[in-house]
Design a protein around this ligand. Sequence first.
Ligand SMILES: Cc1cc2nc3c(=O)[nH]c(=O)nc-3n(C[C@H](O)[C@H](O)[C@H](O)COP(=O)(O)OP(=O)(O)OC[C@H]3O[C@@H](n4cnc5c(N)ncnc54)[C@H](O)[C@@H]3O)c2cc1C
Length: 409
Amino acid sequence: MQYLIIGAGPAGVNAAETLRKLDSEAGIRILGDEPEPPYSRMAIPYLLMDQIEEQGTHLRNRADHFAAMGIEVTQARVKRVEPGAHQVLLDDGTTLDYDKLLIATGSSPARPPLPGIDGDNVATCWTLADARVIHQRAPAGSRVALIGAGFIGSIILEALGMHGVQLAVIEQGERMVPRMMGPIAGELLKRWCESKGVAVHTGVGVEAIEPNGVMLDNGTHIGADLVITATGVRPNVGFLEGSGVEVQQGVLIDRCFRTNVDDIYAAGDVAQGLDFCTGEYSVHAIQPTASDHGHLAAINMSGQETEYEGSMNMNVLDTLGLLSCSFGSWQGVEGGDHAELYAPDDYRYLSLQFEGDRLIGANAVGLSQHVGILRGLIQRRTSLGEWKQRLQQDPTRLMEAYLATTQVI
Ligand SMILES: Cc1cc2nc3c(=O)[nH]c(=O)nc-3n(C[C@H](O)[C@H](O)[C@H](O)COP(=O)(O)OP(=O)(O)OC[C@H]3O[C@@H](n4cnc5c(N)ncnc54)[C@H](O)[C@@H]3O)c2cc1C
């Protein structure tokens, strides 16, 4: 049996290691197109903050880890997949055979079509190579304009802010993290950032990137030594053209991680898989989902059919010391109920969304003690009974509600 995995991120690595545990004889090969050992993008902010060295981003510490497990890791870019021949074609013209193939190619930053985007004062923050550029071009005290204050943009904001750069953030949405949090939470984050010396421009677009900064479409010019774009990501699926593999927002997979083409599976940021909360199929581009996907896809590839219960939309952010999080259907559902707490002077906010007597989504700012409980109540689909009404009166009684409804007496 030859297992071929395209992608050396958390999804691909987890899949390879799981396959090895399940099958000591099979050939297992990971292909990755970056000139690095398999690493975690999630660790890049810590590298930018000088809290770790590059090696600290590597998914596995020992240099011989994969060889010792009998997993071959090859640097190569896949150009095409040919399902009829059970082969992939590499950039250098080599072909590789597979019996089962996993697509775990992740996503790449979308580059906004702006004048000046190709200038050498513009960077993305996605790969280790990007991190090296940012480290060199944005030392403490330099001016950085960050375009985009979504989830990834806000993570980068935290890293750059902690690194001591003078930061201006531009977000064309009406608030920060518009796809993660509602207006009150987004506004609270903005006010917090401003109180920490970060200039935040929301509801405004970028007209052009210039050699000395950014021109906004309201006529404001922001001086910057480096411009970083964080304007969303796109799944890496170009090499699937002509393969017959169905792609919508990402590679569409069923509950067993199978694509519509025999012997081809997908996992991680590139995959459009089951959403635990909505029952629909979505791309959840976060590392916990990638790791779970990789593990479970491998179990299914090995022949043990195991259905996935779905991933939860969840994001946790530390923004210059203010913790915020978003879980599940945070915008609520039709016919559902809602509870809210807002303490603007303390930078605290909590919004709970219910369907029947179950918690289905939440936004929280400045309430770090509730993160695990929110996740637990949503993921366990806990029936809250009379505790729903108590939470509607006082949403901060979450811990009591959790203990009362999840502990078996
Ligand atoms: C700065 C930053 C901070 C982040 N912080 C967080 C966080 O705090 N929490 C969180 O949950 N998530 C975070 N993420 C997102 C997280 O990193 C991703 O969800 C995760 O990396 C997805 O894993 P993956 O294995 O699906 O894809 P990736 O990690 O992107 O790996 C994909 C692999 O495929 C390879 N590849 C792509 N195309 C080809 C090809 N044609 N041929 C061969 N190889 C190919 C790539 O080189 C790479 O090795 C962050 C991301 C960034 C950039």
